[in-house]
Design a protein around this ligand. Sequence first.
Ligand SMILES: *Cc1c(COP(=O)(O)O)cnc(C)c1O
Length: 455
Amino acid sequence: MYRMDPIQYRLPQSRIPQAWYNIQPDLPKPLAPVLHPGTLKPIGPDDLTPLFPMSLILQEVSTEREIEIPEEVRQVYAQWRPSPLFRARRLEKVLDTPARIYYKYEGVSPAGSHKPNTAVAQAYYNKKEGAKRLITETGAGQWGSALAMACAFFGLECKVYMVRVSYDQKPYRRALMEVFGASVTASPSDETESGRAILAQNPQSNGSLGIAISEAVEAAAKDPHTKYALGSFLNHVLLHQTVIGLEAMEQMALAGDEPDVIIGCTGGGSNFAGLAMPYLGRKIRGQCQAHVVAVEPAACPSLTKGKFTYDFADTGHLTPLVKMHTLGSSFIPPGIHAGGLRYHGMAPLVSHVMDLGLIEASAVQQLDAFAAGIQFARAEGIIPAPEANHAVAGAISEALRAKQEGKQRTILFNLSGHGHFDMQSYIDYQAGKLQNYDYPAEEIAMALAGLPTVA
Ligand SMILES: *Cc1c(COP(=O)(O)O)cnc(C)c1O
């Protein structure tokens, strides 16, 4: 009889995790404190109340291993969670590799990426604590559309500063945010002091996540009914994303397999952390030996080429100082199409586990990322977001290495989103219009020379 090889591992709605996993209490060494840029003293919860609701501030510093997911949030998650885990059998065949390749697919959310996992939670807590409006920034538009959707669900207004290069490259992302009811402004804009300062230096500025963060923080701090929301980077954001890894563990168990290599792309670090942190918890407890690899763009290589030190999270220097891998807060990354990866820093938690030697990092050029994404699409039928192409490239090179070494290896990677709103970048790639960017050594050296001094 014909036996079908399993390709997807689905969990029922009842298996949506009931708690997020917080790695902080399991860390062999605690995170470095967040510092006030003026006093250089650790900040307290009160310093953050103009920007965030207290429940999220408390999650930021929580030492509870498990943080319960509110019923209202799980109810929204149920629209697309648990997300599927696939075995990439056709890709394995094309690569002719002995490796088994699995991917967790976060593109099934209505906004098309992992971002709603935290957007929904953030909108919920903000609403509960009385906010009327959320302001945020968006790189490629994935985060903006996720937050716009979550705000629509919970009856909040939403305003988004969208990085100029994406605003121009991705009109459909902007339209999606507007359909969900958000208002969208290209950044740098003349609405804020931070934006005007950049425009005065360079009226043609492409913008960057660092600049857009300054604009959003500045605008949110001015209005008592408005809070700020960040789509990556912060501990509470990474926490909310751990539903990815918690589900993946159950699904890998269904597959009867254990990953030897775990891969995610990193912009601010949230989707990578979402998949990796629950496994790293096991690794710290000696229950998992997997290599955990963060893949970043060669044009914006914070983990592989950055410095692990205190820096501002934004270009306008409105945020506290955080210890992280940074290319310098004044570094404006080249206009690669993976807009969600164009950020000068890295989540403090991801930087910390890198520093502890719990994870590794590698950098991929833009053209190699797209080549990998197209190979994946032709085998698996899913067109990855340009950001996710970096994870695909990482997984393919692991699979080819396994082939070269003639070794079995189980690879698990996060396919953080689909690329249906990024087709212009695929058109440009296929037309030979995309280029690689050399490692921008000079710009980075200049930006690093401007790092704040923290004794
Ligand atoms: C935003 C985004 C990323 C990068 O952000 P992280 O916080 O590093 O996950 C990666 N993939 C997709 C699809 C995104 O939308």
